[in-house]
Design a protein around this ligand. Structure first.
Ligand SMILES: Nc1ncnc2c1ncn2[C@@H]1O[C@H](COP(=O)(O)OP(=O)(O)OP(=O)(O)O)[C@@H](O)[C@H]1O
Ligand SMILES: [Mg+2]
Length: 259
């Protein structure tokens, strides 16, 4: 292991300096020997066991692995929905692994756009209101909220459906609303867990085409999937097995970063 992964003995000041260095280097996600261990009775389950990953701004990465390999657990750590048992996690230069719940919620809302398999939209709210939601949490004024939500819906070609409620939209359209909601805060990363899992093949392809476009526009995308076909849309595939990185594969050369 490289010397720089020896993180146990860093002073708080050194940890902060490392975060600043990562940010200067354009590294949005960096984990050092990250662990998540569940205790079940007298058994320890290492769902994530010693993961070192580094993802740069503008990358398009798939995390792939069999059921139970730790993908969702890792994604929850990366998305600041959960805290590690051990190890360091820097998100956009900030040491998220040290944060308390309220601080984590704040960094999550600012830095991460989530996309889930089942969309997770509010049933009674219009597309526009659903997309505005993260801006309400972020304390953005109402007129700007509306403008930004429309702009996000336009970026997924759904402006003409903004007053529709989820049950008045197709599956693919619902997922596009969820993607607009994920984009509206201009997060550092888009984090998607099986985003095409609830869609038919054709609609799933449309969503993957949309991801490709968002990536070309400069977004950083991390996608969790167990399907090879879906993973092949990314530039890089991180293969996970038994909570560890089994293989880190560059499947095509990364797009040049936008100026
Ligand atoms: N809250 C929990 N308590 C105890 N064990 C858990 C918990 N959550 C997950 N695990 C265990 O951790 C391991 C990794 O689970 P995880 O959900 O991350 O897998 P996954 O790769 O996302 O699988 P899938 O493809 O089926 O979604 C599994 O063995 C699971 O049983
Ligand atoms: Mg999972």
């Amino acid at each position: 292991m490289p010397v720089e992964t020896a993180t146990e003995n860093l002073t708080p000041q050194e940890r902060e300096q490392r975060g600043e260095q990562l940010k200067r280097d354009g590294i949005v996600i960096r984990t050092y020997d990250l662990w998540k261990t569940y205790i079940m009775g007298d058994q320890e389950i290492h769902a994530v066991s010693g993961v070192d990953v580094q993802i740069k701004r503008g990358e398009y990465v798939a995390i792939m692995g069999p059921s139970g390999s730790g993908k969702s657990t890792l994604m929850n750590l990366i998305g600041c929905l959960d805290t590690p048992t051990k190890g360091l996690y820097y998100l956009n230069g900030k040491l998220a692994s040290d944060m308390e719940d309220d601080e984590l919620a704040r960094i999550r809302n600012k830095e991460i756009g989530f996309i889930f398999q089942t969309f997770n939209l509010l049933a009674r709210a219009s597309a526009l209101q659903n997309v505005e939601l993260p801006l309400i949490y972020a304390g953005i004024a109402s007129s700007e909220r509306s403008n930004r939500a429309r702009e996000a819906l336009r970026s997924v070609d759904l402006e003409q459906r903004m007053y529709h409620k989820p049950n008045e939209l197709s599956g693919g359209q619902r997922q596009r609303v969820a993607i607009a909601r994920a984009l509206v805060n201009r997060p550092s990363i888009l984090l998607a867990d099986e985003p095409t899992g609830a869609l038919d093949t054709h609609t799933g392809d449309e969503i993957m085409t949309l991801f490709a476009r968002l990536h070309e526009q400069g977004n950083t995308i991390v996608l969790v999937t167990h399907e090879q076909d879906i993973a092949m849309h990314a530039d890089r595939i991180i293969h996970i097995r038994d909570g560890k990185v089994e293989r880190d594969e560059q499947v095509r050369s990364p797009a040049l970063p936008l100026p």
